[in-house]
Design a protein around this ligand. Structure first.
Ligand code: EPZ
Length: 419
């Protein structure tokens, strides 16, 4: 088991560079198998566990992968299998993007059901609705999903739920469909736009990504290309929140400030100074007492659910009672049971939580129950009065590239141990 040992109380200072977006690069890797003979070359790919798992999947179906120094070169010419089964795909969520890609390429796909963070039920009914609307039949068992179509035909699909995964998956399946596919009530997250941009760079004809309606005009082939995905909005937000909690002056580089507006707005409301400069953001630690706030997580451009847990750690240090309404997932408050060990008082009612902050956090042994819970607990550990441990950090390694090393560079006292 891997864990972090954190000697809390060291103020963060300096510059930290954000890596490429996990939630953009994973579907982009899945999309790369749609290319013809030419290589897809992806730059600045972070070697986080989820990326490594996705590359293994591509190799397992016959793709050629060369991943060195952050550059992933993928050749899909010899891919012949439409099956992604076994343990690896069921260990993370984004493996489900192989359903859309393989369906697009082979008109059939058999993919193990995805895993991912335990933060709610996470059904895939909207993906299935989309595949069926394009003309596929769907067989769903407790282990895999099998989709097959004689041909994929463009159509209008109105999603009942705004879903990042369903929007991207149907985009992947529809690029080779006959005619025009119109997706309505789609997710507008920056990574949805980035995947559309990547597919367009390969030769697709996708319009409207970033709005409520996406139109995909089917084409016959996609070609390899070079591409660099967007910086990770959630990683950037995590450093902003850490800096607000225990920073003096931290500059977060390689960011798109527009993607972080909901976070910036909430930090300003709490009383933190946030300065945007082009491709970086500087966060200055508070000089006066912070104010409790209300947060509601929503789809983009609302406050991102993926930053709700890190924000909970910050609110634990804000005297008074803050409230969080989690509108995306029904079970994303498990981390509060861990923060309680540090002296934080909280109450949960359905999808709403209230957190009554304390002046200082007690050190504790904490268990990371999922990726962003891990980030939240690490931030709390950085702020605590003494030595804390965060266990089960495999979750954190799934999505944060060199989290401990980047924090160390900012002055944190954090050590990775393998027990
Ligand atoms: C993606 O998950 C991200 N994962 C999540 O990142 C992120 O929290 C989420 O989008 C929202 O931004 C990846 O990109 C790999 P959704 P996804 O489909 O696609 C419901 C992180 O920490 N829903 O937008 O699975 C669903 O239950 C993570 O990096 C249906 O009801 O999320 C949820 O309540 C965790 N039916 C809501 O929609 C469906 O068919 C949003 O889910 C699909 C989703």
């Amino acid at each position: 088991m891997k864990k972090f040992v954190i000697n809390g109380g060291k103020r963060l200072n300096g510059e930290v560079e954000v890596s490429t977006s996990k939630n953009a690069i994973l579907p982009i890797l899945a999309a790369s198998i749609l290319a013809d003979k030419k290589d897809v070359i992806l730059e600045c790919v972070p070697s986080i566990t989820d990326v490594e798992r996705m590359l293994l999947i591509i190799e397992s179906i016959g793709g050629k992968v060369d991943f060195n120094n952050g550059v992933a070169c993928i050749n899909s010419e010899n891919i012949s299998s439409f099956e992604v089964l076994g343990e690896n795909p069921s260990k993370f969520r984004a493996s489900y993007y192989m359903i859309g890609s393989l369906l697009g390429r082979f008109k059939k796909a058999k993919v193990a059901l995805p895993g991912g963070c335990p933060i709610g039920e996470r059904p895939i009914d909207q993906h299935i609705k989309g595949f069926k609307a394009l003309g596929a039949t769907v067989e769903l068992t407790s282990e895999y999903i099998y989709v097959e179509a004689k041909e994929l035909i463009g159509t209008n699909i109105f999603f009942d739920v705004v879903s990042v995964g369903a929007t991207i998956n149907i985009m992947l399946a529809a690029v080779f469909a006959d005619g025009v596919t119109t997706l309505e009530n789609v997710a507008k997250e920056p990574h949805v736009v980035d995947v559309a941009n990547f597919l367009n760079t390969m030769g697709a004809n996708i319009k409207g990504a970033g709005t409520d309606v996406i139109r995909i005009s089917g084409i016959k082939k996609l070609s390899g290309c070079m591409y660099q995905a967007i910086p990770d909005q959630i990683e950037a937000g995590t450093y902003m929140i850490a800096a607000a909690a225990i920073g003096e002056e931290v500059t977060i580089t390689n960011v798109i400030p527009k993607h972080l507006e909901p976070v910036t707005a909430k930090l300003l409301e709490i009383g933190i100074e946030v300065i945007e400069n082009g491709e970086s953001i500087t966060v200055k630690g508070a000089k006066t007492a912070l104010k409790p706030i209300k947060i509601q997580t929503l789809q983009y451009p609302g406050f991102p659910t993926d930053l709700q847990q890190p924000m909970g750690a910050l609110l634990s240090l804000v005297e008074g009672t803050s409230t969080i309404s989690e509108r995306v997932y029904e079970n994303r408050f498990l981390y509060l049971t861990q923060l309680e060990k540090m002296g934080v008082k909280y109450a949960i009612e359905g999808r709403d939580a209230s957190i009554t902050g304390t002046k200082s956090l007690n050190p504790a042994v904490l268990i990371a129950t999922d990726l962003r819970a891990g980030a939240s607990l690490i931030i709390a550990g950085l702020c605590a009065n003494g030595t804390s441990e965060v266990l089960d950090i495999d979750h954190v390694d799934r999505g944060y590239y060199k989290f401990d090393e980047k924090l160390k560079k900012l002055g944190a006292d954090i050590t990775r141990l393998e027990v």
